[in-house]
Ligand binder design. Sequence first.
Ligand SMILES: NC(=O)c1ccc[n+]([C@@H]2O[C@H](COP(=O)([O-])OP(=O)(O)OC[C@H]3O[C@@H](n4cnc5c(N)ncnc54)[C@H](O)[C@@H]3O)[C@@H](O)[C@H]2O)c1
Length: 378
Amino acid sequence: MTDAGTIDIAFPTTTHATRVEASRGAASRIGPAMVEAGLSVEGRLVLAVGDSGAAEVFERVESSLRDRGADVAWHRVEATEANKVQATADRIIEWAIEQGADRGTPIVAVGGGIVCDLAGHVAGTLLRGLPLVLVPTTLLAMVDAAYGGKTAVNVPLSGGRLGRNLVGGFLPATLVAADVSTLRTLPERDLRAGLAECVKHGWVDGEAHLARLESDADAITDGGASQTAALEGLVRRSIEVKAAIVTRDPFEQGERRHLNLGHTFAHAIEARPGNRWRHGEAVAIGLVAAAAASSEAGLAEAGVVERTRSLLERLGLPVALDEAVPVEALRALMDLDKKRKGRSLRLVLPVRPGAIEVVEGPPEAVIAAGWSAVAARP
Ligand SMILES: NC(=O)c1ccc[n+]([C@@H]2O[C@H](COP(=O)([O-])OP(=O)(O)OC[C@H]3O[C@@H](n4cnc5c(N)ncnc54)[C@H](O)[C@@H]3O)[C@@H](O)[C@H]2O)c1
């Protein structure tokens, strides 16, 4: 303590390390993997929060946990953005307390990004924090949502708008089991949506990563014998990119903002009442808008817009809106984005593969150029 009575309390900047098991069959080995990651399972209650869409994976997770002597209780969640709200988290919390959760009770989420975000939010707040294990079952969650500790719920706002991810915190999972065999039942549209975040990782990482994605594009999407192996490689490369960045910047003070490439546009698309786009689809459109905005700002090197659009199209992702929406309406929705700083907007823009620029308070012409590039084509 100083004479003036000042005391500094230093906290470590991160609370947990995350072990990632990225291999086929990892969901069926979750029990032993939890033990290896230091989570006791034998004779313990394990709370499993399951995405109704991923029910096929439940049995694998449950039998692996029971084989290790765990007592497993399930709570099913219907994965919709409207359901990713505090009221749903409260129902999970009530259920967990009634099941007899204590501070050592692990919460295992089995599902897509919605269920991972919801379960993470509960694990971060219930009893001031329970151990979190994630078994992502969508490509998007497997390459993005399961890492880096961001947890969130949406907030319903006036006029039917949904304030996306406005409440939440940082709770890295102790363990993530990224098992591409869980994608077997995932509808093709959802699989493709996850590829948008892979494209984002390619731009953030650099030329070699982006070129590999371009050369693997057919194998990744053709449904043939090589698809699973191609997806497995893709998932590992994406995890490496995100893991490296969130390790260096866990609380998004700098470099981690690069992972929001295209997301200011995407979140505005998703905030529209009646939005029908998947998160990954909105990100795909947002990546094209960000590339065009970057070009207007004089940042993007030649060919960035065309290369972004062409790869997304090859992967079967949307590159424009499908209905006419006034640019002013989309612009107004951007102000809801939680990444706003003060009164200015923040755009994350591609310059070239591996070079990303964060622009605070961009000129309106730059934002308008982004929206014009993705306006619905007649
Ligand atoms: N926390 C983060 O860092 C982070 C990062 C990116 C995205 N997110 C969040 O992730 C969410 C989007 O996640 P998503 O794209 O995984 O979508 P999602 O969670 O909405 O899942 C998409 C659909 O797939 C179904 N599903 C899940 N697994 C399945 C399977 N194996 N087989 C068949 N159906 C299955 C779900 O029931 C749902 O209908 C958004 O809410 C977004 O905000 C969070």
